[in-house]
Design a protein around this ligand. Sequence first.
Ligand code: PLP
Length: 371
Amino acid sequence: MTDDYICTHLGDDQYEYFGSVVPPISQNSLHVFPTIEDMQRFNGKDDRIYTYGRALNPTVDIVQKKIAALERGEKAALFGSGMAAISSAMLTFLGSGDHFIGVRKMYGPAYRFVSEYLAKFRVESTFVEGEEIGDFEAAIRPNTKAIYLESPSSMFFTLQDIRAVTSLARKHGIRTIIDNTWSTPIYQKPLELGVDLVVHSVSKYLAGHSDVISGVVVGSAELIEKINGNERELLGGIPGPFDAWLIMRGLRTLPVRMKQHQENAMKVAGFLESHPRIEKVNYPGLPSFPQYELGKSQMKGYSGLLSFSLDCEDEGIRKFINALENFKIGVSWGGFESLVAKGSGKTVRIAVGLEDADDLIRDLDRALGAI
Ligand SMILES: Cc1ncc(COP(=O)(O)O)c(C=O)c1O
């Protein structure tokens, strides 16, 4: 089944909804049964039978099926935010006295969840650069239960060798999680590279329109059912049906949006690399990227988020950002719109959106001239 088919048709089941080409939003908190016997027979035992919205909702179900299929996983669990998905994935592998290894450049709140929050429950953690397999090897302890990857990371886009890490983890009986938000399943399918659980901030490319906050965990039926029965059921960080419907709508165009993000980002990265005021461009799609070959071996393409460093100090960087018109100043990414944010030091991060690439380049060129 192709990704395009999954996005456009999988799970839509029009004839269950009066032939509606778009499945309607099931804006329900519960479902009722004709007899108590029917309820007792089906309660929680069959995915197609809906009881209570925290467990499963028909609109959420469609989205879960599409994302599970895109990632080549058996099942997916949709959450109310990326952080709800990430914390649930971590909690399913970690308990008091366990040790966790993560990449140092992982998403900030995910880093804090382990290093500060889970530390309160005596979970130990080690953070590694992760560019060499030896970084992980050296960090493993007898009580290590989970390794967490974010490849590419979302500020400097450094990669981890996913195949090497998962085979090392397997040898030691350690579970692996990866944040695949940057690549999306269109460009990287980590479950096929041996990862146990894939997490996403669905708020980014998967939903794609900057109008939803959501997250997802994808993996084997066994692991996702465990998460559904524990973290999703007990912590309750579920999405609402309307948000699920917006995600379903966003997913329909995911493959074409990713193509356009890639094409635009390649042009913009090439322009930046050739500009005299730019010292360095961090984008895995550029042949000059230090891990370009590794990227090609585990990704099929590149999304639209990249960063670069300017040859000036703070004041110049602020002038540059404020002079941009097409790039709106904001923290998130993965939507249709181009965005800009200031990183640490001389680093500027841009999310290249779906606008005309030449317009974006003209905007950047003009703003660089304003420094
Ligand atoms: C790489 C990455 N992972 C996870 C998250 C968290 O997702 P959410 O904001 O949907 O909770 C973000 C959000 O910015 C992110 O950039």
